[in-house]
Design a protein. Structure first.
Lengths: 443, 414
């Protein structure tokens, strides 16, 4: 195994809202948006580490923070033994020469008032490499290398197509011979045929120059194609990391499984493939769920030890709980829908909501608990309704936060192997929360 | 299976300062009743304009300049036959020959459209429920009084407008339409629809808003839903949900869907038939199996070869060299538009190819449908580059640079 070139340890980037002077004077609590929330991984020399995740999972913020383009709020990054966040002066300059970044949008990442040559030589000029003539010569060579022609050096960005612009952005990143390049969605703005050209170029250059890539993308097939190892992010955290083959052939985390399932294949058998879509949306990083951040959508949510209902039923109950806890159900409106604004016929209210919320048959005890919760809701007592359900249906996933253990292919899920402290916490939690006494909740 | 729509030689052009842009060029295809037609192509291939042309939503400086759109609707045919017998053929009516007002009355009730970006398709200052109810209300008023939607004002004349100015809380929609909106929201899988209907677009997530837009499009019970890149702005897990929803609606409501997308996986997931577009033309069409398993046109093959396979990653992708042409009429050569990027260009390709029939229902605009490729007839890059070239085109055969065409003229990417 080769040595890590980049080591990221517990990296955090929080953005704070309600943090203006006025808010401070009025004593409002600043609200943290946890864009990157304790991420640790290594990038080994000469490899491509792919980072995948849906929009808003923090993958771009991760890249920008580790390149020191944004100030971290916690954690550390080590580049070839040097602590990146403590560098200054010459040390920082050297880091900036050895690590480069290429951005997603070919239309906004190039200065429209600079020619291709000026864009490519700018990093050289900043670092004082060579004379102006030498730099121009270098730019011409680079243009040829990335598959453009040297006589296009004096053209402006608008004269190039999207794919060509990405090539210029890549030539700029290559200009000062870096060892490490962060590629932030380098092909997602391109058409498939052009995307393939750029992917081939990236692979060729890596082989030729021994580059190390951190490749950020949301397109899983692209990531599989180019990466040696893959990290999967969800809501600011890495939930699974491992060798590409392992991740794609033998995914461990339910989120990774769902993500892989969801990608439509360009194949005639695609129609008959059954896809277990995961329900709901990514929660807001302003107010992430307690415990495991994926639990609100997880198809494999762990049932509490005292419960044994079909997983589909457990899932439905979970969704119903979320609706009550979030206050999605407007009680006044429901009474109107039942056609009973005077709120006399509580049974009708209970029946109608019970029917609407569940497709499956509930076991007798669960039927009782659910109805009891709805009765509380009918009286306008959301707290009691939520508590009734929480009592019986709380999952260890909402109390215990899973962590990423050490190893080649770890995943942050309670279903899989977890570090010792997480296992202990889970045992303690289970011991503290005995089964609710029979009938206690269904009195 | 009966056909719902037969499109013949449809052409749409944009008359811009840079010249005439041939966005859609002699496009023909059929949409069967109760099936999904996938239209695939890269940006600038004319697929979105084709969708807009179907519903007659092309805006200035664009104009539909030719072609016929035959729509299967016996009622409409009977009604139109008296005035315009030439626009009727059996149960089919040629939409291009109908009056503007008549076409307008079909929007929403016969054809409906959903767009790529749900965030910008809703008015941020009106509740989602109200906006869907509005669509339902238009249809309700239209069926109560067919004349009203065909008139310019839709029953909302000057008097009404002035009255609304004085009494601002008068709502256009009725309670009935509001209930219909809630029902539609429920139909597209939004939990607690009555509550959600009262919310504003910014309170919805992207996936929920896309569902809401589908609900709005369903308000008039359309025969045909044109979905223009409906999942492109969404994450894969949400995309899977929306595709499931579309497939389910299509089946239960027995609608036809024209699904426009650049994503071959999305097409494979939901489409029955596929049209591949390139430079404003349909270069290949047929069933999903014809096009995906048995492609004839080198562009279709190239497109399929460019996509990395998530299940079987290969060593190297086989991209198509070059870029999509810019469609400016003056720059379009009088030969096969794909020839300069085609690995199998032959002397035959120097004339415009017609649509060849490969087998029943499978057509390709390429001479390879008729004959085998032969090295002897291969045509040199110089000859294909044409008179406007500045010499950059001939420099690479193997390195797959995308530098050859777009360097000639300004690049239009959309």
């Amino acid at each position: 195994m080769t040595d890590p070139l980049v080591t990221v340890d517990g990296l955090e980037k929080y953005y704070y809202e309600n943090d203006t002077l006025l808010d401070r004077l009025t004593g409002a609590e600043p609200e943290a948006v946890r864009a990157v929330d304790g991420v640790s991984f290594e990038v080994r020399e000469g490899e491509t580490l792919g980072v995948v995740g849906e929009s808003g999972c923090g993958k771009s913020t991760l890249a920008e923070t580790l390149m020191r383009l944004r100030d971290p709020t916690g954690g550390s990054v080590t580049f070839d033994g040097e602590p990146v966040f403590e560098l200054s002066g010459d040390g920082l300059n050297a880091f900036r020469r050895r690590a480069q970044v290429m951005f997603q949008d070919p239309f906004s990442s190039l200065d429209p008032r600079m020619t291709a040559g000026e864009i490519i030589t700018e990093p050289l000029a900043i670092h004082g490499v060579g004379t102006s003539a030498e730099r121009r010569e270098r730019a011409e060579t680079l243009l040829e290398e990335v598959g453009l022609s040297a006589d296009q050096i004096d053209r402006y960005p608008h004269e190039f197509s999207g794919g060509q612009r990405q090539r210029i952005g890549f030539a700029r990143a290559l200009a000062i011979d870096p060892e490490f390049i962060v590629l932030d969605e380098p092909v997602s703005a391109l058409d498939v045929s052009v995307q393939a050209q750029v992917l081939n170029l990236l692979a060729d250059m890596q082989a030729e120059r021994d580059l190390t890539y951190l490749f950020i993308a949301h397109d899983l097939s692209v990531v599989r194609h180019i990466s040696d190892r893959v990290a999967v992010m969800y809501l600011g955290k890495v939930v699974e990391i491992g060798p590409t083959e392992e991740i794609f052939e033998n995914p461990q985390h339910p989120y990774t499984k769902a993500l892989l399932e969801s990608v439509p294949r360009a194949d005639t058998d695609e129609r008959s493939r059954t896809v277990e879509t995961i329900r709901g949306d990514v929660p807001s990083p302003r107010n992430p769920p307690s415990g495991c951040s994926f639990r609100t959508r997880c198809p494999e949510l762990i049932q509490p030890p005292w419960l044994d209902v079909p997983q589909a039923t457990f899932h439905e109950i979970g969704e119903f709980r979320t609706r009550i806890e979030n206050g999605d159900i407007d009680v006044d409106l429901r009474w109107e829908q039942v056609g009973d604004p005077d709120r006399e016929d509580r049974a009708a209210f209970v029946d109608s909501l019970r029917e609407e919320a569940f497709d499956t048959e509930l076991p007798a005890d669960d039927e009782k608990t659910v109805r009891e919760a709805i009765r509380a809701l009918a009286d306008g007592d959301r707290e009691t309704a939520a508590a009734t359900l929480r009592e019986r249906y709380r999952s260890p996933c909402e109390a215990i936060e899973p962590a990423l253990p050490a190893g080649e292919h770890p995943s942050a899920c309670l279903l899989n192997e977890q570090p010792e402290d997480v296992e202990t916490a889970r045992e303690e939690w289970e011991a503290d929360h005995d089964a609710p006494e029979a009938g206690a909740s269904s009195r | 299976m009966t056909d719902l729509l037969r499109v013949r030689d449809l052409s749409t052009r944009f008359f811009t300062e840079e010249g005439q842009i041939n966005a859609v060029e002699n496009v023909s295809f059929t949409v069967e009743a109760g099936s999904v037609l996938g239209v695939v192509g890269e940006s600038g291939s004319g697929k979105s304009v084709t969708g807009l042309s179907l519903i007659d939503l092309v805006e200035s400086p664009g104009r539909i300049t030719g072609g016929e759109i035959w729509y299967n609707n016996a009622d409409l045919a009977a009604r139109v036959e008296g005035d315009q017998p030439e626009a009727v053929d059996g149960d089919f009516v040629d939409l291009r020959r109908l009056s503007e007002a008549e076409r307008r009355s079909l929007r929403g009730s016969a054809f409906s459209m959903i767009f790529q970006d749900p965030m910008s398709s809703f008015n941020p200052s009106i509740t989602v429920g109200e906006q869907i109810a509005e669509a339902a209300e238009v249809q309700r008023r239209a069926s109560a009084n067919p004349r009203s939607t065909r008139s310019r004002t839709q029953g909302y004349g000057l008097g009404r407008m002035l009255l609304d100015g004085v009494l601002p809380d008068r709502s256009y929609t009725s309670e009935e339409s509001w209930d219909r909106a809630v029902e539609l929201l429920e139909r597209v899988g939004i939990p607690d629809p009555a509550e959600r209907a009262e919310e504003y677009p910014h309170q919805f997530s992207g996936g929920m808003l896309q569902r809401a837009m589908i609900a709005q499009a369903l308000a008039g019970d359309p025969d045909l839903l044109v979905a223009d890149e409906p999942t492109t702005a969404l994450d894969v897990t949400i995309q899977a949900q929306i595709l499931d929803l579309l497939a389910d609606l299509q089946e239960t409501l027995d609608m036809s869907v024209v699904l426009i997308t650049h994503n071959l996986g999305v097409v494979a997931r939901v489409a029955d038939r596929v049209s591949v577009m390139y430079a404003g033309e349909v270069v290949e069409r047929g069933t999903l199996r014809d096009v995906f398993d048995d492609p004839v046109h080198p562009y279709t093959k190239g497109l399929l070869g460019s996509v990395p396979d998530i299940d079987q990653p290969g060593e190297r992708l086989e991209p198509i060299a070059g870029n999509v042409p810019d469609l400016v009429d003056a720059n379009m050569p009088d030969r096969c538009y794909f020839a300069d990027r085609c690995p199998k260009a032959m002397t035959d390709c120097l004339t415009r190819p017609p649509e060849y029939e490969v087998n029943d229902g499978h057509r390709a605009r390429c001479v390879l449908a008729e004959r085998e490729y032969s090295e002897a007839d291969a045509v040199s890059d110089e000859r294909l580059a044409g008179p406007t070239d500045d010499g950059a085109a001939a420099d690479d055969g193997s390195t797959a640079a995308d530098g050859s065409i777009a360097s000639d003229a300004e690049v239009s990417d959309d």
